[in-house]
Design a protein around this ligand. Structure first.
Ligand code: SF4
Length: 741
């Protein structure tokens, strides 16, 4: 729709972590169209429905256009920015003085720009000297981070989307990619159509639209896939499909405390022979054998996964076991071969993971507990040594559990700033956490009223991405720039201005010297401040200057060590990874190495093949709660529907969530298509219309996660038990009972 567009402004899609490049069409002072950027190396001009309709949400009449302060009668009253910011600063100061530095928390989002997340992180960790900084990526990607770090010593994939078209076998697991990352899936679909010999394997409890192009479906009960991965490893070793040289040169086998031999690993895996695993998982033994063979012998196998692996109490282990398959068969470090975790949100990687905006991290993805890195960051931030607390703050679920009234001695967090996310709808086991949000002093920064703003004391009206601009980093280590296209409506302001104003009022102006109205200028200063920290590291962005990112049509993949470096398609490989070259020149790693995992904590350049025990979900079906309950996305909607439910075309196409139930279960429970079904877990209940489909396995119920009606919000039912390795909750698996109403 080019009609009437006066200028096209380069940007990035506001929604999923795939990172499609866009052009935003502006007419007068308004965005009137969005089209795909044909030069973007992520999407080559294609967009999904969310991407090209995003601008319609910007002009919905519900937009927040001025600050609001809750009055003593419970109602909100319009306020000036000075009144709102002064109130927040005085409250935060009061809590800090009375209840200590950790009594005020920040809860951010993988949807803020990197500059914004970095600024809030710096204000909290250097200004307030508090690590009570979290973000919703804890709920989606923390297990993938744990998997990458424990296996390779460093976060994020070695490869890139460019591996899709080079792959000969794609193992898609725990991801309904066709709906969750549809433009990426389109590339895989086209690759399969052009190369019918390419094998596609899908491992899921549902026969999703992704599985419709698969050569092989591995149906598994939720949470049992660890046994399938072990079984594939068993077949690979038993049939000697391993890459012996790769295993010897580049891996160590360990159970976490001691080294094991390949023989000992093979012995451990005997319990996971395919027939035994079929009994645990319901996945046919012959499917497991076939999957193992195709994966091991294709010559270039790539795994792609997402929340189905991460949102689990054994999410880190599940990630480790996928990496094991790649390491055993040498399917990493060569074209088309890569273990690749897709990210849920558009800037979870760039803003939260890389800029270290979690309670245990610092910018540069290294832990606050790392003495040398803390000292480095303190030096870069020009704050006295010892400023940053070496003790991590609370991860998300503990943070919300600790949030409450000032006079409640069991709730150490008294105030929270929630930025661009909607925890009052999106946290699992919602009933447990709403009171804390209600009792505490809550500040919410967003573009629309949400379920969370209902609990706020102060609401700050924010700018939409195309009203402020900034950098997003997508799943493939690629940072891309969005130019500001139009002004925000009314008195809505960019987060970067808001955080700088807060810093000024709290006496930390020097930490954020980008307190200016021009968000592009402020953004450049914040970006420069951030990337200096990454200099000479394995994920340096030093050469990705603001100017380069603004001029580039497709962004840059780190490491980007210098302004003449084109960015990195593949890490850990000689001739491709500039950081490896740097280390080889410095003599830090052997010059003859062609593949080297240089972030290995033991400095041997090896990756860990982890021998993890099998463990099922925290809550399994039983006599009282006989069904698995699992959740996911639909292609049209985004998370809690705050934006997409305000796009008329999308609201019409997916107006409400529903319950997918297998015909056998429906028959046994006398449920017909469209009947209202109450789903009850040990934590809460929802009532959804039934959709009878054999796309889900018997005994497994599925719904989407977008509905805003309280009676249909799936998170009242979901489990908040967390992975001990990543603190990510087990959204994906709950035990429930059902009743037709
Ligand atoms: Fe946006 Fe993701 Fe759709 Fe691309 S696939 S247009 S990034 S929502």
């Amino acid at each position: 729709q080019d009609d009437g567009v006066e200028k096209w402004v380069k940007g990035v899609c506001r929604f999923c972590g795939y990172g499609c490049g866009v052009y935003v069409g502006v007419k007068g002072e308004k965005v009137v169209s969005i089209k795909g950027n044909p030069d973007a190396q992520t999407n080559f001009g294609f967009l999904c429905v969310k991407g090209f309709l995003a601008y319609k949400s910007m002009y919905h009449p519900d937009r927040l256009t001025h600050p609001l302060i809750r009055q003593s009668d419970g109602n909100f009253k319009r306020a000036s920015w000075n009144e709102a910011l002064d109130l927040i600063a005085s409250k935060f100061k009061y809590f800090h003085e009375k209840h200590g530095k950790d009594s005020v928390a920040y809860y951010g989002s993988g949807q803020c720009t990197t500059e914004e997340t970095y600024s809030f992180n710096k204000l909290w960790k250097a200004g307030f000297r508090s690590n009570m900084v979290e973000g919703n990526p804890r709920l989606c990607m923390a297990s993938a981070v744990g998997g990458y770090i424990s296996t390779y010593g460093a976060d994020e994939p070695a490869g890139a989307y460019a591996d899709f078209e080079k792959s000969k076998c794609l193992f898609i697991v725990g991801s309904n990619m066709s709906e969750c990352h549809p433009v990426g899936f389109r590339r895989i679909m086209r690759h399969k159509r052009n190369n019918p010999d390419v094998k596609i394997i899908v491992c899921e409890p549902r026969k999703t639209s992704t599985a419709s192009i698969a050569d092989l479906w591995l149906p598994v009960d939720p949470g049992t896939d660890l046994a399938v991965f072990h079984s594939m490893a068993h077949e690979i070793i038993k049939n000697n499909w391993i890459d012996q040289g790769f295993v010897e040169r580049h891996t160590r086998i360990t159970d976490g405390s001691k080294a094991l031999t390949l023989e000992e690993y093979g012995k451990f895996l005997e319990q996971f022979n395919p027939e035994a695993v079929e009994k645990i998982t319901r996945c046919p033994a012959e499917n497991i054998r076939q999957a193992a063979q195709w994966f091991a012998t294709s010559g270039a196998s790539m795994s792609v996964w997402c929340m189905g692996l991460n949102q689990r109490t054994r999410g880190v282990w599940a990630n480790n076991l996928i990496h094991n398959l790649h390491l055993l068969t040498g399917n990493i470090g060569k074209p088309g071969a890569d273990p690749f975790s897709m990210t849920g949100q558009p800037n979870a990687c760039g803003g939260v993971r890389e800029a270290g905006a979690l309670s245990h991290l610092l910018p540069g993805t290294k832990p606050v507990a790392n003495d040398a890195w803390r000292a480095h960051v303190e030096k870069m931030w020009k704050v006295p040594p010892g400023t940053i607390d070496p003790k991590p703050g609370f991860p998300t679920m503990k943070m919300f559990e600790s949030l409450g009234a000032e006079n409640d001695p069991n709730k150490p967090i008294k105030a929270m700033l929630v930025c661009t996310t909607n925890p009052a709808q999106s946290l699992p086991n919602l009933n447990k956490y709403l009171k804390g949000m209600d009792d505490a002093f809550l500040v919410v920064l967003d573009i629309f009223p949400t379920r969370t703003t209902q609990f706020a004391d102060v609401i700050l009206p924010a700018a939409f991405l195309y009203e402020k601009g900034g950098v997003y980093g997508c799943s493939e280590r690629r940072s891309q720039f969005t130019e500001k296209a139009v002004n925000p409506p009314g008195e809505a302001r960019a987060d970067l201005w808001i955080v700088a104003q807060l810093a000024k009022r709290m006496g930390h102006e020097k930490l954020l010297p980008w307190n200016e109205a021009d968000t592009m200028k402020a953004g450049e200063k914040a970006w420069n401040d951030y990337v200096q920290i990454t200099k000479d590291t394995g994920h340096t962005l030093l050469g990705a200057t603001y100017q380069r990112l603004r001029e580039s049509k497709t962004g840059l993949q780190w490491p980007v060590p210098s302004i003449d470096h084109p960015g990195t398609y593949k890490r850990y490989v000689k001739g491709m990874d500039p950081h490896m070259e740097r280390l080889q020149k410095a003599g830090t790693i052997p010059s003859e190495a062609t593949v080297y995992f240089y972030e290995d904590a033991r400095k041997e350049g090896k990756a860990n093949i982890f021998v993890r025990p099998y463990q099922e979900a925290a809550e399994m079906p039983d006599r009282e709660y006989p069904f698995f309950f699992t959740t996911g996305r639909t292609v049209e909607q985004w998370h809690t529907g705050t934006m997409t439910m305000r796009i008329p075309e999308i609201a019409r196409s997916h107006p409400n969530d529903y319950l997918e139930i297998h015909p056998d279960d429906a028959r046994r429970n006398r449920i017909a298509m469209g009947d209202m079904v109450k789903v009850v877990s040990r934590r809460g209940e929802v009532t959804l219309p039934a959709r009878i489909t054999d796309g889900t396995m018997p005994g497994v119920l599925f719904t989407h996660m977008h509905d805003q009606a309280i009676s249909r919000m799936c998170n009242f039912v979901c489990n908040d038990a967390v992975d001990p390795g990543s603190a990510e909750p087990e959204y994906k698996i709950a035990a429930v009972k059902i009743q037709r109403v």
